[in-house]
Design a protein around this ligand. Sequence first.
Ligand SMILES: [Zn+2]
Length: 91
Amino acid sequence: MTVVDKCAECGAGLGAHDVGDGASVFLIFFLGITMVPAALALDHFVHPPGWVQGLLWPAVALGLVGLLMPAVKAYIILLEFRHRRGSRGDR
Ligand SMILES: [Zn+2]
């Protein structure tokens, strides 16, 4: 997943923005806070066998990461672009 150098619509320089591990850390915290209670609640109320939990939650986690990572990365770039405008030679 790479960031394009320039926005196709307005030509804003996006290639200089380095998100680093920011999006991953945000998703680790968010998914940990939401998925651990969900797994505990499912276990408490439904009592599924362990192999169901073992297959379900990694699949859910991978699906959510694939779904949310581009949006979180774009949001961090948006925040960088907004608050550091001009400091990296864009615009
Ligand atoms: Zn643009």
